[in-house]
Write a protein that binds this ligand. Structure first.
Ligand code: SF4
Length: 424
């Protein structure tokens, strides 16, 4: 009997990949690049108030589209509610039932209470805003009828394992995206500094601002606290990326892996979703024997290289392997480093695809098409023709045109993304 046959380990269940859908275009992009489920906000009761969010009719269309691809839709009702917020809630819940959504993401016990009363058949996922940091809290929420917990982002792998060992319900883990310097939802910086309530979906992100020092007897004199000439950003965390921890998370029994970013671009949503999809598919294909030591499984390096091209503030595993150190912060810039930039999005498939430009394109440019999976196809733009049949040497953002390339790209799918490597 060879080692493969004698292995006692089994290939674990590969979790759901859950991607953000800030609007319809982002949802289609997430689906195209391999999401199993998407989450979105309606016009009310959702954090990320500026995410574009879906009207009732837009949500109906979105749910129909997602379901036609076998993709589930979860709707965020994750504000921390005040009494005034409950006025339309029951009606809204009934409308969501009519829409056919697959789950509600809730943080507030009051909203959970109304959801259980009005639409008990719709599964409830507890939002990370509820800060579940221990097994007792997890049991408490499962006892309240919650089907899934999105655990606090501040847990280590060991703590996730402990919660898993003591509870039978679904566990969802944030694996990628921006993180707060506070426990999610326990931050008043934005309220104090701008009057915008992070817990009502209106965070102004003051943790990304540049800060200076003042001495109390010298009002108005701002002393630089400098990492470099741009200043310092003392509250500014790097972005979470648990790509390399996926084997251990899967072996630990995660049910769903969530990507943050309803307000991010389709380039980000597509780029991140496709790499996590590729990583999960790669892991699914490993033999059972590999799962005897999930901590020894190493993903192909191209996955991490590609993730870094999607635009990050630098990446961190946050609390995953222990308490983060100051190296998990990024003090010298709030900006997202972009090595590649989006160039165009496919609007119509065809022998020559119709694209919508997202950046300037000129004939002669070398661009890359992001295939589902981790690979790309590099092509040269040889000709651009607008919808009136006129030739263009240069396209500006928003222009729609037929993109002729060498070699040709005849099989591009709707919302497939074309990008450019700026270091080329
Ligand atoms: S200010 Fe920053 S840390 Fe606070 S809630 Fe907003 S994003 Fe999170």
């Amino acid at each position: 009997m060879d080692k493969k046959e004698s292995s006692k380990a089994a290939v674990p269940v590969i979790p759901e990949l859950l991607a953000p859908a800030g609007n319809f275009e982002k949802m289609v992009t997430a689906i195209h690049y391999g999401a199993d489920a998407v989450y979105m906000g309606g016009r009310q009761f959702s954090l990320r108030a500026k995410a574009g969010n879906f009207s009732d009719s837009a949500m109906e269309k979105a749910v129909r589209t997602a379901h036609s691809h076998g993709v589930k839709v979860y709707v965020t009702i994750n504000i921390l509610a005040h009494n005034r917020d409950f006025v339309d809630l029951d009606d809204y819940l009934l409308r969501l039932r009519h829409t056919g959504v697959d789950g509600l993401i809730i943080a507030d016990p009051g909203i959970l209470y109304r959801a259980m009363k009005m639409v008990p058949e719709i599964p409830v996922h507890l939002s990370t805003q509820a800060n579940v940091t221990n097994a007792q809290a997890a049991e408490f929420w499962f006892d309240q009828g919650v089907q899934r917990l999105n655990l606090a982002r501040e847990l280590s792998l060991e703590e996730i394992r402990e919660v898993r060992a003591s509870c039978a319900g679904e566990l969802e883990i944030f694996v990628h995206g921006a993180i707060c310097i506070s426990y999610s939802g326990r931050c008043m910086l934005s309220n104090y500094m701008t009057g915008r309530d992070a817990n009502q979906g209106a965070c102004a992100h003051p943790c990304r601002y540049s800060y200076k020092l003042i001495e109390e007897k010298r009002p108005g004199e701002y002393f630089p606290v400098e990492e470099d000439e741009r200043g310092t950003y003392i509250f500014n965390s790097k972005d979470l990326c648990l790509l390399e921890g996926l084997p251990e998370l899967i072996a630990a029994g995660a049910s769903s892996l969530k990507i943050e970013g309803r307000m991010k671009s389709i380039f980000y949503v597509g780029g991140v979703t496709r790499i996590y999809r590729a990583a999960l598919d790669y892991l699914k294909g490993l033999p059972a024997v590999a799962w005897e030591n999930p901590d020894k499984i190493v993903l192909p390096s191209v996955f991490l290289e590609e993730i870094k091209k999607t635009g990050t503030r630098g990446i961190t595993e946050n609390f995953f392997r222990g308490a983060p150190a100051s190296s998990e912060m990024i003090y010298d810039s709030p900006r997202v480093a972009m090595r590649v930039e989006p160039v165009a999005v496919i609007r119509k498939q065809g022998k020559v695809p119709l694209v919508e430009a997202r950046n300037v394109i000129e004939t002669g440019d070398v661009v890359e098409y992001m295939l589902p999976g981790a690979s790309t196809v590099s092509v040269t733009v040889v000709r651009m023709v607008n919808e009136k049949g006129q030739e263009q040497q240069r396209a500006n953002p928003g222009n729609r045109l037929y993109l002729h390339t060498d070699p040709g790209l005849p099989l591009l799918k709707m919302n497939g993304i074309i990008r450019r490597d700026k270091q080329r």
